[in-house]
Design a protein around this ligand. Structure first.
Ligand SMILES: [Zn+2]
Length: 759
C-alpha cells in the first residue's frame, strides 16, 4: 500500500512541546500492512446505499433474543441478507422487531462439542460477570458467563476451540493471570442449522423470513435505529450458530470514529481540539489495527471497553467531529503495521514501559515518558501573578471568618479591604457598619433592605435584623415547642420567649451560633469577625457574592493571564491586581503572589466584569494531567478487604505482609510479594492493580499493625487512573492547553512511531 508519510515522529527524546516542530517531513514511504477486514455485506447484497470505504463492522451490544429496528425518518427497507430481495415491502411503516423463528429450534438443531477454559464459578451473577469482563480486558478473548442449573452456580469460561491443544497457550495465560486452577472443559453446544428469522411489526403482525440474515436500509438521509439508538451506515441482524441474534453496524471508518472519540475523551470535559485530534488518531489506529479481529463471527470489533467504546450517531459532538475530519485517514505506524495505540485516562505524571505493566507485550514505542515537560524544564514556564499586598500584623490572632469567605465578601464589595486586617476584625461591631454589610448582602441576594440597627448592636438586635432581612419568622426546620432544645447552650434562657422561634431558626440554618466563649450572650456586642461569619454563611445560602470554578487558559511568562469559568464561554483577561489565595493541605491562605500555569484550577470572584479575587486550588504538581480528579488518591484498606481482593490472584490465607520488590521508571510498583499464613505469592504488572483493587499501581504504602504484630490496615497513597501505558488522555488535554498540536502529543506518548495517511 503506497503511503504519504506526514511526519516521522522518530526522536527518542520528544521535543519540548513549547517548541513546535510540526513541519511535514517526508521520508521513504513504508509498506503498510493492514489486517484484512471482515467480509462486507456488499459481496452478497446491493442495498442501493453507499457506505464509503474503508468500512468497519461493529457488533452492537443488544438484547440477543429480540432486536428492535426503526428509522429516524421515512421508510426502513429490509433486505434478505443472502439474496438482497426486499422483505415485507407492503408492511405498514413503523418499527420492526427481529426475533428467531421459534419452530427452527426443534427442527434443525445439532449438538456439538467444543472445548473452553473454565476459570471460575460463583453464586453471585454480578461477581461472575465482573470476572468475565476483566478476563476479556486482560486477555482479549471473549468470555462466556452462564447459569449452570445442575450445580446452581454461575460459570465463567473463556476461549473456544475444537481441540484442547489449540487452547493451551490461552490456558497458560489464564493461569499466569492468577487463576492457577483453570482447566479445559468439554462443553456441548447446540448449533442451529438452517434456522431463520421472523419479523414483528408495531401491530403484532408477523412475517416469517426464509433467511438467517436481514439488512436494514434507511431512506434518504435517515439513520437506522437499533434499540432506539441511531447508527450511520447499514445494520445487519444475523442469527449466530448458537441461535442468538447479533446486530452488526457496517459503517465507514471515519463515521465510526464520530461515535467513538466523544465516548473516550468527552469534548465537554476536555474541550481542546488538538487533544481531540490525538484521541481521533489513536482511535483510528486501533480500528485499522484490529480489522478482522472477529471475522469468524462476521464482524471486526465490539462496541464495549474491551475494544473501544462506540455508541453510534447519538454521541457525536461538533468538536470531536472536527478533530476526526482534520485528521482524516491518519494513523500511527511502526514497522509497517498500525501500532498498538494504548491509552490511559490519567498517568499520574509519568507513563510506564509497556512490558513492566503487560509482560506479554514488548512494543518499543510504548516507553515511559514524563507527562508534560521534563522536571528540569518545569520551572519558570508560567506567569507570576502579584496580588494586593497581604497585611502583616505580627502576633495578631486570626478571629475568622476563614480567608476564602472573607475574600469573596471583599471582592463583591460587601465589606471593605480593611477587613483583611485581623486586628480590625477583633473590634466590636458598630451598628452602622453592620447595617451597611446587611444592606449590601440584601442587594446581592435579591432580598429587601433590612431595618436599621441601633447602637449598641447586641447579638439579639442583629439576629432580629438578619431574620427581618431574610424574612424569617419561624422555621419549618424547628417544630414549635422545640426551640429551647435546639438552643442547647447554657445561657439560652436569656432569650425571651417571643424571640425563641427566630433565634432557633437561625441556629438551625447555621446563621447564628454560640460565640467564642460557648455562650449565646444575646445582649453582648459581637466582634466584626463574628458578624462577617454570619454574613458569609447567608451569602452561601442565597448564592450571593459567588465564587466561580474556573481554569487558567493562558499564563505566559510575559503577557496577560487569561481565565475562563467552567460554566460559560467568556474568558477574562486579568487587568488589575486581584486578592490572591492559595489552597494548602485543604485550607485557604491569603498570599501576596502565586505562580500560575495554564490549566491550573482556580476559584474567582468577579465584580463589574473584573476579577477581584483569584484563589488557586491546591496544585498537584506541574504535570499535564494534574487537573484530573484521579491525579492523586488515597485508599484505606482493612486487612479483610485486602484478603478478599487478593484471594483470586494470591491465595495466601490470612495476610501477614506486603513487600514491594521493584518499581518501574515512573515509580509504578511492578512486582510485589504477598505474604500470608498459607504461603507467599509474587504479583506483577497490571495484575497488581486488580489484586489490591486500586486505581493505579503508582503508590506508596503506609502499614498499621495491632500490638501483637497482626496486620491491621494499609493506606495506599498514589497517583493516576488506568494502566499508565501509552497516551495519557488528560495529559494530552493538558499538552493541548499549553499549546502543543496533536502531532507533538502523539510523538510525546508514542516513541518513534510514524504518522501516515491511509488512502
Ligand atoms: Zn499523564
Amino acid at each position: 500500500m503506497a503511503l504519504t508519510v506526514l511526519l516521522a515522529l522518530g526522536s527518542t527524546a520528544p521535543p519540548p512541546a513549547a517548541a513546535p516542530q510540526a513541519a511535514k517531513t517526508v521520508v521513504s514511504a513504508p509498506v503498510l500492512v493492514l489486517p484484512p477486514a471482515a467480509p462486507s455485506l456488499f459481496a452478497a447484497v446491493d442495498p442501493g446505499v453507499t457506505v464509503a470505504a474503508p468500512r468497519v463492522r461493529v457488533a452492537l451490544s443488544t438484547n440477543r433474543q429480540e432486536v428492535p429496528l426503526a428509522a429516524t425518518a421515512g421508510r426502513l427497507r429490509l433486505l434478505d441478507g443472502r439474496t438482497g430481495a426486499e422483505l415485507w415491502p407492503d408492511r405498514a411503516s413503523g418499527p420492526v422487531r427481529v426475533v428467531r423463528d421459534v419452530a427452527a429450534e426443534d427442527r434443525d438443531s445439532t449438538l456439538e462439542e467444543v472445548r473452553r477454559i473454565q476459570v471460575g464459578a460463583f453464586r453471585d451473577e454480578l461477581q461472575a460477570k465482573d470476572l468475565g469482563a476483566r478476563l476479556e480486558t486482560e486477555l482479549h478473548q471473549p468470555a462466556v458467563t452462564y447459569w449452570d442449573s445442575d450445580r446452581n452456580v454461575w460459570r465463567v469460561r473463556i476461549g473456544e476451540a475444537k481441540e484442547p491443544e489449540a487452547l493451551k497457550p490461552l490456558l497458560a495465560q489464564v493461569r499466569e493471570s492468577g487463576y492457577p486452577d483453570a482447566w479445559i472443559v468439554r462443553e456441548p453446544v447446540r448449533r442451529l442449522e438452517g434456522a431463520t428469522l421472523r419479523l414483528l411489526d408495531a401491530r403484532w403482525e408477523v412475517r416469517a423470513v426464509a433467511s438467517d440474515r436481514i439488512v436494514a436500509v434507511p431512506s434518504g438521509g435517515a439513520l437506522v435505529t437499533v434499540e432506539g439508538r441511531p447508527y450511520r451506515g447499514l445494520v445487519e441482524v444475523r442469527l449466530t450458530p448458537y441461535g442468538e441474534l447479533l446486530a452488526i453496524n457496517e459503517i465507514a471508518v471515519e463515521d465510526y470514529l464520530r461515535g467513538v472519540v466523544p465516548e473516550e475523551l468527552g469534548p465537554n470535559l476536555y474541550p481542546e481540539l488538538e487533544a481531540q485530534k490525538a484521541q481521533a488518531v489513536a482511535a483510528r489506529t486501533y480500528a485499522f489495527g484490529n480489522l478482522g479481529q472477529f471475522t469468524a463471527d462476521g464482524y471486526d470489533m465490539c462496541d464495549t471497553p474491551r475494544c473501544q467504546v462506540y455508541r453510534g450517531a447519538g454521541s457525536e459532538q461538533p468538536l470531536s467531529d472536527r478533530a476526526i475530519h482534520e485528521t482524516r485517514g491518519e494513523i500511527l505506524v511502526w514497522n509497517a503495521a498500525p501500532v498498538n495505540a494504548l491509552f490511559t485516562s490519567t498517568c499520574g505524571g509519568h507513563t510506564e514501559d509497556v512490558e513492566l505493566v503487560f509482560p506479554e507485550w514488548t512494543y518499543p514505542y510504548l516507553r515511559g515518558v514524563p507527562c508534560g515537560l521534563p522536571p528540569q524544564e518545569r520551572k519558570g514556564r508560567g506567569a507570576t501573578l502579584v496580588g494586593n499586598p497581604v497585611a502583616s500584623v505580627p502576633g495578631a490572632p486570626d478571629p475568622g471568618p476563614e480567608p476564602l469567605n472573607l475574600g469573596r465578601l471583599v471582592a463583591h464589595g460587601i465589606v471593605g479591604r480593611e477587613a483583611y486586617d485581623p486586628g480590625w476584625r477583633t473590634v466590636p461591631v458598630q451598628a452602622g457598619e453592620a447595617w451597611s454589610w446587611f444592606a449590601a448582602l440584601a442587594a446581592q441576594a435579591g432580598k429587601p433592605v433590612p431595618a436599621a440597627v441601633t447602637d449598641p448592636p447586641g447579638r439579639l438586635a442583629l439576629w432580629r435584623a438578619t431574620a427581618g432581612l431574610l424574612g424569617i419568622e419561624g422555621s419549618e426546620l424547628v417544630a414549635p415547642g422545640d426551640e429551647a432544645l435546639v438552643l442547647a447552650v447554657e445561657d439560652a434562657d436569656l432569650v425571651a420567649a417571643e424571640d425563641l422561634p427566630l433565634v432557633a431558626a437561625l441556629f438551625a440554618r447555621g446563621l447564628a451560633y454560640p460565640n467564642a466563649e460557648g455562650r449565646l450572650d444575646p445582649l453582648g456586642v459581637p466582634t466584626r469577625a463574628e458578624v462577617l461569619g454570619w454574613i458569609a454563611r447567608a451569602a452561601d445560602q442565597y448564592a450571593a457574592a459567588p465564587l466561580e470554578e474556573a481554569q487558567v487558559t493562558a499564563a505566559p511568562s510575559s503577557g496577560p493571564v487569561k481565565i475562563a469559568p467552567r460554566s460559560g464561554r467568556r474568558e477574562w483577561t486579568l487587568a488589575v491586581a486581584p486578592d490572591l489565595l492559595a489552597e494548602v493541605g485543604g485550607a485557604w491562605h491569603r498570599v501576596g503572589r502565586v505562580d500560575l500555569l495554564a490549566g491550573d484550577r482556580v476559584l474567582v470572584a468577579a465584580d463589574d466584569g473584573r476579577i477581584k479575587l483569584v484563589a488557586l486550588r491546591e496544585r498537584a504538581g506541574s504535570s499535564d494531567d494534574r487537573t484530573s480528579s484521579k491525579y492523586r488518591w488515597t485508599k484505606v484498606k482493612e486487612r479483610a478487604e485486602l484478603e478478599t481482593s487478593l484471594a483470586p490472584v494470591a491465595p495466601v490465607g490470612e495476610l501477614r505482609d506486603l513487600r514491594i520488590l521493584s518499581r518501574g521508571r515512573s515509580g509504578r510498583v511492578t512486582a510485589m510479594e504477598i505474604i500470608g499464613v498459607d504461603g507467599r505469592a509474587i504479583v506483577e504488572g497490571f495484575r497488581l492493580r486488580r489484586a489490591l483493587d486500586l486505581p493505579e499501581t503508582l503508590f506508596s504504602m503506609d502499614v498499621q499493625r495491632d500490638r501483637d504484630g497482626t496486620l491491621r490496615r494499609v493506606t495506599f497513597r498514589g497517583r493516576g487512573w488506568g494502566h499508565g501505558v501509552g497516551l495519557c488522555q488528560v495529559g494530552a488535554f493538558g499538552m493541548a492547553r499549553r499549546g502543543a498540536d496533536y502531532r507533538e502529543i502523539l510523538s510525546h506518548y508514542y516513541t518513534g512511531v510514524v504518522l501516515v495517511k491511509v488512502p
